[in-house]
Write a new protein. Structure first.
Length: 872
């Protein structure tokens, strides 16, 4: 509130709900004393910035508590409109009376100085007019938040908002001290002057809810820091009218934008009057994984936090198990404006109700997993789409980083179209890292989706070994991305030490798959509980356990469809949860390459499968699965099968545009002759493993093939380039399926393997080096077309802290530059030149990374990255 009187509001012509005058009076009175508020607030309050998002919450059936926010916004808008109407009337009167130019100029000056600023408090004089020299009241001239010094201490200097030339902000991590210097118009005297410091968050702060902290500053510091769980402040030094103050934020403080106010009063005044300075910029308070008292304190290698909190660059691991590729991803959590957006997302996750739970990492993580996706009744950030139709949005494969998505969301105030698992995961990484929560994106290959919560992934076939798609509710995705966040959990097992044995990494999944507690959210679930099959520990542990360690069971359903006569054809304990991968925690940018099996992929991939499951086939792994499966239908997987075995052999790293052959090897482990009717087929799938139509890429059958005792035989199926290019979508993924009906037995033998074609990466280089700060340079882009036909509908897209110079045909989007280019000839390498200039900021870091992509109608996006250093 602005501190104007009730009379001023009524005179403005605004229609104000009387119920809100109570709040207005609350803002202008403290402890039955008159309060004079002064100072300038030239930045938007969070509640004003979020007003459009409140409307989205209301339209999706958010809690009624948000009604107060809407009424507040309506009231303040009425105040602004009335004030501006009064100013316009004054100007009109001046014009009609043909006043002198000097007076007209004074009117314009008055308009500038008195207008209620949109989304901010009105400007006030630095020192209130009603303060006379005779009162001798201590008043604030300025507050220095020592941004450079504090941000270095708190490891937050990388946020661009801290080094803006206009309106820089202080970003701190909770549980640590920061410094501020207050300059008064005269020296402070403890015998005559009362001095209070107040920090608050939200529109209705109160001490009980943890949203308000107040301290009286005195010469003694007996209460300073004696309880590490509470906020504290003390005077460290006085130099004339300057006071150096140390402020300690509680290690469980609410994550958000805290408002600071300085209140003074003169003890010897006959009528006590408080004077509150409100011109201190809001302070961002974040999680602190470096603080031992913080819930997210990281207890492993400290250097890992250079990756899990401070690294703006990452990568997406894609493909299939055995053929792993990667593409770079720019998190950009330090870019100017991103922290504001992430704070808005955090408040939306809590339905715009500021509460103490916003300091609890468990609750914050769970709610973030919900708000990232736009599903059901919850308005979220990204709309998922697996239909392969993206005409009214952006294809998930086209996103190169989180900044584009977050800025588009902030600009349009509507959910971004479209995302799939890796988009949800990597945007969640940006939000978590921006808020200080240690986070990493990961990829689980052969990731199961267990819809019936049996911990078995059930595949049903008929008596000929053909799929019964109407019964196959469970599925196995080629890969699935989610997140790990680091949280200490003494609440789950306090007997095992101060932090509890479940402390550490927790799985968190923002992709909308199954509802949990009525909403599309998943986690956090302790990895230690997942590994041991303790499904009742944490949130959604059973669902995540099945994703990484479920049993793939193939069942034969008789013609009558009766589940009483169901037979287990085979089970594969090793099919689910392969090579769970994340970027190595080196704090460095990644080199993008989609060439599957390339050296760069292996050098940057950290295998964390052992954190999610015991080695396949070990006693511990079998015990965990049995504990999870229980006594249901899946218990049959522990029966030992016999007969004919089957192995599918596929080539690895096949470049798109080439023919290939896959093989099936049958082995007869019995002492009898077996006769087989064999079917081999290839059909296109999406990255979730779901079939794209019923047309086959390739098919063959061989009847009455003899397999002698202890004999093995191999059968091949060639696949042509023309066939798979015609059938596959841009994921270039296929299912290789083999089934054989063994004569004289009622159980067919069947097996499937997935395969994805490799895509060439772009080669990037600098024409002439070195690159000097503030000077242009030429970027060379080499693109190879592996197909025997031209690539059409091509676009060149550039992201990262650099921009193309003008007059090259680029258009600027949300964090990227795009240009249409000519068709790329078949089976050739084409060179493209782009004149660029790197961003000056951040000034503290000379390293820049640029990502370039070629988007075409025929192939998945081809991309490449280039890291370089700026010279002085």
């Amino acid at each position: 509130m602005s501190g104007r009187s009730r009379r001023d509001i009524e005179a403005s012509g605004s229609s104000v709900d009387p119920s809100w005058l109570t709040d207005f009076n609350r803002a202008t009175t403290i402890s039955s004393s008159t309060v004079h508020r002064y100072g300038r607030r030239l930045w938007p309050r969070p509640s004003f910035r979020d007003s459009v998002f409140w409307a989205r919450l209301r339209s999706h059936g958010a809690p009624h508590a948000t009604d107060s926010h809407r009424d507040r916004e309506r009231m303040l808008r009425a105040i602004r409109d009335g004030e501006n109407r009064r100013i316009r009337n004054e100007e009109s009167a001046t014009s009609l009376n043909n006043e002198a130019p000097e007076k007209a100029q004074r009117i314009r000056e008055k308009k500038r100085n008195s207008r209620v600023l949109p989304f901010a408090e009105e400007e006030r004089s630095l020192v209130p007019e009603e303060i006379s020299i005779a009162k001798n009241v201590l008043t604030v001239k300025s507050v220095d938040l020592h941004i450079n010094e504090n941000t270095r201490r708190h490891r937050t200097f990388e946020y661009d908002c801290t080094e803006r030339s206009n309106d820089p902000r202080l970003v701190v991590r909770r549980g640590e001290v920061f410094i501020m210097i207050i300059t008064f118009q005269r020296p402070w005297h403890s015998r005559y002057d009362e001095l209070f410091l107040q920090f608050s968050v939200g529109d209705q702060p109160n001490e009980k809810g943890g949203t308000l902290e107040k301290f009286q500053l005195t010469e003694t510091d007996s209460t300073w820091h004696n309880q590490k769980s509470r906020w504290a402040a003390k005077i460290a030094k006085q130099e004339g009218p300057r006071l150096t103050i140390y402020v300690y934020t509680a290690p469980d403080a609410i994550i958000g934008e805290w408002e600071c106010q300085v209140t003074t009063s003169f003890l010897n005044a006959p009528n006590k009057e408080n004077f509150t300075f409100t011109g201190v910029p809001d302070i961002y308070v974040l999680f602190n994984p470096w603080c031992p008292d913080d819930q997210v304190y990281y207890t492993e290698r400290p250097a890992d936090l250079d990756e899990y909190v401070l690294n703006e660059y990452g990568c997406v691991f894609m493909g299939v198990a055995g053929d792993i590729g990667q593409k770079p991803w720019y998190y950009g959590q330090f870019q100017d404006g991103i922290l504001d957006i992430c704070m808005t997302i955090l408040r939306m996750a809590f339905d715009m109700e500021i509460s103490k739970d916003m300091g609890d990492a468990i609750t914050v993580a769970r709610k973030l997993s919900r708000i990232i996706n736009n599903s059901g009744r919850d308005p979220g950030l990204i709309t998922g789409n697996w239909s392969n139709s993206y005409a009214d949005g952006t294809a998930p494969t086209s996103w190169k980083g989180s900044v584009q998505i977050l800025k588009q969301y902030a600009r349009t105030k509507t959910a971004v179209k479209y995302g799939q698992c890796w988009v949800f995961s990597h945007v969640l990484t940006t939000v978590c890292r921006a808020l200080g929560l240690p986070c990493r994106s990961l990829t689980n290959f052969q990731s199961a989706h267990d819809r019936d919560k049996t911990a078995t992934i059930d595949n049903y076939k008929d008596e000929n070994g053909e799929d019964l798609s109407e019964y196959n509710a469970d599925s196995i995705w080629n890969f699935h991305c989610w997140n790990d966040v680091w949280i200490n959990r003494p609440d789950l097992d306090s007997k095992s030490g101060a932090r509890g044995r479940y402390s550490g990494w927790h799985a968190l999944d923002a992709t909308p798959q199954e509802k949990s507690e009525g909403r599309y959210q998943c986690g956090p679930s302790p990895l230690k509980a997942i590994k041991n099959g303790e499904l009742k520990v944490g949130y959604d542990t059973g669902f995540i356990f099945a994703e990484v360690n479920g049993e793939l069971c193939t069942w034969m359903l008789p013609k009558n469809g009766s589940r009483h006569d169901i037979k287990l054809l085979s089970h594969d304990p090793n099919a689910i949860g392969k090579t769970i991968s994340t970027k190595i925690p080196d704090g460095q940018p990644s080199m993008g390459s989609l060439v599957f099996g390339a050296k760069e992929v292996h050098e940057q991939r950290l295998d964390i499968t052992h954190l999610y499951k015991y080695p396949e086939g070990s006693e511990e792994e079998r015990a965990a699965v049995q504990l999870a499966v229980g006594r249901g239908l899946g218990a049959k997987v522990f029966e030992t099968p016999g007969g004919v075995s089957l192995e599918v052999m596929k080539p690895n790293g096949v470049m798109v545009g080439r023919d290939f052959t896959f093989s099936a090897v049958f082995a007869n482990s019995s002492r009898d002759v077996r006769r087989l009717d064999i079917r081999m087929s290839v059909f296109p799938i999406d990255y979730r493993g779901e079939r794209l139509g019923w047309d086959k890429v390739a098919y063959s059958k061989a009847n009455d093939k003899v397999l002698r005792p202890r004999e093995s035989r191999r059968f091949d199926l060639p696949v042509s380039e023309l066939a798979y290019l015609k059938q596959c979508d841009k994921s270039m993924a296929m299912m290789l399926q083999v089934s054989a009906k063994v004569k004289g037995q009622d159980r067919p033998v069947t097996k499937m393997e997935k395969m994805v074609m490799a895509i060439p990466d772009l080669k990037l280089d600098i024409a002439h080096g070195p690159i000097r700060r503030g000077h242009p340079f030429r970027l060379l882009v080499m693109v190879s077309n592996p197909l025997k036909r031209p690539l059409t509908g091509c676009r060149l897209e550039i992201t990262g802290p650099a921009f193309p110079l003008v007059r090259q045909g680029f258009s600027q989007g949300d964090g990227c530059y795009v240009k249409a280019i000519k068709d790329i000839p078949p089976t050739k390498t084409t060179a493209l030149n782009v004149d660029m200039q790197a961003n000056d900021k951040p000034l503290w870091n000379n390293t820049r990374e640029v990502e370039v992509s070629i988007i075409s109608s025929q192939l998945p996006d081809m991309s490449g990255t280039l890291t370089f250093k700026l010279q002085a």
